[in-house]
Design a binder for this molecule. Structure first.
Ligand SMILES: Cc1cc2nc3c(=O)[nH]c(=O)nc-3n(C[C@H](O)[C@H](O)[C@H](O)COP(=O)(O)O)c2cc1C
Length: 421
């Protein structure tokens, strides 16, 4: 029986271990996690989601305060169009995070940055252009364009000196999305260097409607592989979503994939950016504790653990400090929902908002626990201690389990404490 290590992922001139750790905002796929993937010969992602918040926390900058100081909070208005991002600060913050990460890189693998295009930041094109260009300036190996793929994104950086040398990839959930992207970008004479095909079991936002359960990753991957063969397009295809063991990955490699993108199994590693107590909630989640809902203001369904403290919470929106989801007209669906609840309950000090969540604040505070569908299996990947807690894994352990395991086996770690009976 084959192991994932019997394959290599060819990206341009590079031969990599075919394991890509997916981007997980906000700083859940931390630099440390991405660096481990690169050290071990695969690909790791950092994320530029809420980059100013991330740099403030990691590198002691003060971007969030500086932004907040500029804008007065005006209660009960849905229009936040005056709340703009300082593009200079955005560039600085992106450069800082990328440079700090790339400086520490070892090994033969690569570090990419995940850029979610649904972070429209009250000026979608201008901010995205700065995010992409600054990441390239700072030496990132590649960029993965995600969530809300905007067909014109490559064109935003076509004049950048690294446009043809950096790896540029896209995430799609259907053949149609890929076809549209290729058509729109034909004039640039620059194909994506890889296509991540994200199926319905992935974490984060989904590229499907609430009928996600009708779709199946292997079928979508097959359609895309066949199309690329017919069109004689040599674009590496990287399936993602619900690939839980090395053997699952091998089946995709035998189907013709170049590599796999995985994330959920790394949420319970020491290097993952989630707080340790939240990692325990991921371990302990059962199958019934996981749902796909529509509370993200992006308009995309999102998968999360039902007990996430941010669900149903009616916190005051804080677009003056964050505002990453403000659309091009200064609006966010959470602000509208919050104002509606405040108007309906004028005497209440704290309202509850059920239909939307303040994703910026709650992702910043690790209070929305987005996760893959197979999170409930994480408890089978580790050992449980006497006090009921699970032992965190190292990223190396999980990476090598994907790389070397056979027969769908999962290797648990050596216990570091006395185990429960
Ligand atoms: C906690 C978490 C956060 C995620 N955040 C993002 C994100 O910010 N951007 C993105 O493109 N995908 C995101 N994803 C999706 C992953 O990058 C990846 O494609 C997918 O989860 C792989 O499936 P798996 O988790 O079943 O292995 C996230 C996934 C998880 C589990």
């Amino acid at each position: 029986m084959k192991r994932l290590d019997d394959f290599r992922m060819t990206l341009g001139r590079d031969q990599l271990v075919p394991i890509m750790i997916g981007g997980m905002g906000v700083d859940i796929s931390s630099s440390d996690l991405a660096l481990e993937a690169a050290r071990l010969g695969g690909v790791g992602h950092i994320s530029d989601a809420m980059i100013k918040t991330v740099t403030d926390r990691r590198y002691k900058t003060k971007y969030v305060k500086a932004k907040q100081a500029l804008y007065k909070y005006v209660p009960e208005t849905d229009d936040k169009s005056n709340v703009k991002f300082d593009l200079g600060h955005l560039a600085e913050a992106t450069r800082l995070h990328v440079e700090h990460t790339m400086r520490r890189k070892t090994g033969l693998g690569k570090i990419f940055i995940n850029c979610m295009e649904k972070l429209t930041m009250n000026a979608p094109k201008e901010t995205l252009k700065v995010r992409l260009a600054s990441a390239l300036d700072a030496g990132i190996d590649g960029i993965t364009l995600a969530a809300g793929l905007h067909l014109g994104s490559f064109a935003l950086i076509e004049d950048h000196p690294r446009f043809r040398d950096a790896k540029l990839g896209i995430i799609v959930s259907s053949l149609r999305a890929l076809q549209l992207f290729l058509k729109k970008n034909a004039r640039l004479n620059r194909l994506p260097d890889y296509v991540v095909v994200e199926g319905p079991l992935a974490g984060g936002h989904l590229g499907f409607g609430m009928d996600w359960a009708k779709y199946d990753l292997a079928t979508i991957v097959e359609e895309i592989l066949q199309y690329l063969r017919t069109e004689k397009l040599a674009i590496p295809v990287i399936p993602a979503g619900g690939i839980f063991t090395g053997s699952n990955a091998v089946r995709f490699m035998e189907q013709g994939a170049a590599g796999v993108q995985v994330a959920t199994r790394f949420t319970v590693t020491q290097e993952c950016g989630l707080p340790d107590d939240v990692k325990q909630d991921y371990f302990k989640a059962g199958e019934d504790d996981i749902e796909v809902n529509e509370i993200s203001p992006t308009g995309y369904p999102m998968r999360m653990i039902k007990s996430s403290p941010g669900i149903g919470d009616g916190i005051r929106p804080n677009c003056e400090a964050y505002g990453y989801l403000l659309d091009g007209h200064g609006r966010c669906a959470y602000v509208t929902a919050y104002n509606r609840e405040v108007a309906a309950h004028p005497d209440q000090k704290h309202v509850s908002v059920k239909d939307k969540t303040c994703l910026c604040t709650h992702m910043r505070n690790f209070a929305i626990w987005t996760c893959g569908q197979l999170t409930w299996r994480l408890k089978d990947t580790s050992v449980q201690h006497d006090d009921g807690s699970y032992q965190l894994l190292t990223a190396q352990h999980v990476f090598e389990d994907y790389q070397f395991s056979t027969d769908d086996r999962i290797k648990r770690p050596e216990p570091t404490l006395v185990l429960a009976e």
